[in-house]
Design a protein around this ligand. Structure first.
Ligand code: CA
Ligand code: CA
Length: 405
């Protein structure tokens, strides 16, 4: 009995030893394939603040400044909070910002002397904060919330030593579209790393390919208009000054536009106005054909010639119609002034007919026309198919330039 138990213990220990050996070999193989980052030195681990939680796989070593020594780039989570999930008892996921710092290990340059006979140079570590940082010039932000993607410029080729001129970091808050973009470049020992930081709560795009071959020269941010039902955004474009990490907003490029591009046939009237002004045309949705209008205009719409829709149209402000008016008669069968061919009901049967003007509404926009800001009022009517299942289409009946405010 006791003999058997002893045998089982020994066998168990052997199995455990084999498992530990295999796991250690696995780790070694992964490291040889360029997998996990090298272990940071002890003195680096001692200087990382305890309340920073390093992101998996970080810190990583690379040469980020003007000396020949490698530095350590650390990505970490901080200020993590837990918001409860509604309607479930699941444990809330920690949520909070992601930051980064570069740890610069520098050898003490004091020459060996009478009082300093050690041949081992003392080392000290300077932590350069990238973001968050409290000092001016960095945008005072953070890198991302749920994830980040780090892009080195120039890209580091396999087998080449890691040497980087600029770091671009895309930040994510759920979802696949980045909502933050940060750029860092070594300046000097006193100033550390220069930074540019952009945030768009819908998305951020960079005009240049983000493979690191080119530095980022133009950035566009999409920030949602407050609680906007048509997913409209304030769109701002920033241009870079030469090689410096300084970007200026192109004030002549600001416009309101769709956060994620124009939908085929916007559901809300102000969406139709924006789609028209930005040069789009309606596309039939599957199972819901568009009425035969002149794009987003009814056939005989009256729009002043000075309003020329294009991708460059600048919309500075826009009102949501608070309500729509309802025609007591329930609308009328569309005329040829509204839909091409007019009363389709007589020729094609009631299921193909369109009802015009059941609802109507007004949208106001501030547009840049000929270099001036002009307020334009847009009258829209609804066009609905007579079949019960059809959805509403909004079309522009008339536009009027109100003043030169
Ligand atoms: Ca260096
Ligand atoms: Ca250094």
């Amino acid at each position: 009995m006791f003999k058997n138990r002893g045998f089982l213990i020994i066998a168990g220990l052997i199995v455990l030893a084999v498992v530990i050996y295999l796991l250690s070999q696995g780790g070694r193989l992964a490291a040889l394939r360029g997998g996990p980052a090298a272990e940071p030195p002890m003195d680096l681990r001692n200087v990382i603040p305890r309340d920073w939680a390093p992101m998996p796989g970080w810190p990583r070593q690379c040469n980020f400044d003007d000396d020949d020594e490698p530095e350590w780039l650390l990505l970490y989570k901080y200020d993590q909070a837990r918001a409860p999930h509604p309607y479930t008892k699941e444990t809330p996921t920690p949520r909070g910002p992601i930051g980064a710092a570069i740890f610069d290990t520098q050898n003490n340059t004091l020459p060996e002397g009478v009082g300093n006979l050690s041949s081992y140079p003392a080392t000290f570590v300077i932590p350069y904060r990238l973001l968050p940082d409290f000092y001016e010039g960095k945008g005072q932000g953070y890198l991302g919330e749920t994830d980040v993607k780090v892009i080195y410029h120039p890209p580091v080729l396999r087998n080449d030593p890691c040497k980087v001129v600029e770091i671009t970091i895309l930040g994510y808050a759920d979802g696949p579209l980045p909502t933050r973009l940060s750029i860092f470049r070594w300046q000097d020992r006193a100033a550390g790393y220069a930074a540019a930081h952009f945030a768009g709560d819908a998305r951020v795009t960079a005009a240049d390919a983000l493979d690191g071959k080119e530095i980022v020269r133009e950035v566009t941010t999409y920030n949602r208009l407050e609680n906007h039902r048509s997913l409209l955004c304030a769109v701002r474009t920033y241009e870079r000054r030469a090689e410096a990490v300084i970007f200026d907003e192109r004030l002549d490029a600001f416009s309101i536009d769709f956060c994620f591009g124009a939908p085929p046939d916007p559901t809300y009237p102000e969406g139709v106005v924006v789609a028209y002004l930005r040069g789009h045309a309606p596309e039939s949705r599957e199972g819901a054909p568009s009425p035969a209008t002149n794009g987003f205009l009814v056939q005989a719409a009256t729009v002043p010639g000075e309003i020329a829709p294009s991708a460059q149209t600048r919309i500075l402000a826009l009102t949501n119609p608070a309500s729509v008016s309802r025609d007591p008669a329930g609308g009328h069968t569309c005329t040829s002034q509204e839909v091409k061919g007019g009363d389709a009901e007589t020729s094609s049967g009631p299921e193909r007919g369109w009802l015009c003007g059941r609802e109507s509404t007004t949208v106001e926009t501030d547009l840049v026309i000929g270099g001036q800001v002009r307020r334009v009022a847009w009258q829209l009517i609804s066009i609905v198919p007579k079949q019960v299942s059809g959805d509403i289409h909004w079309r522009i009946q008339a536009a009027q330039v109100l003043d030169g405010s």
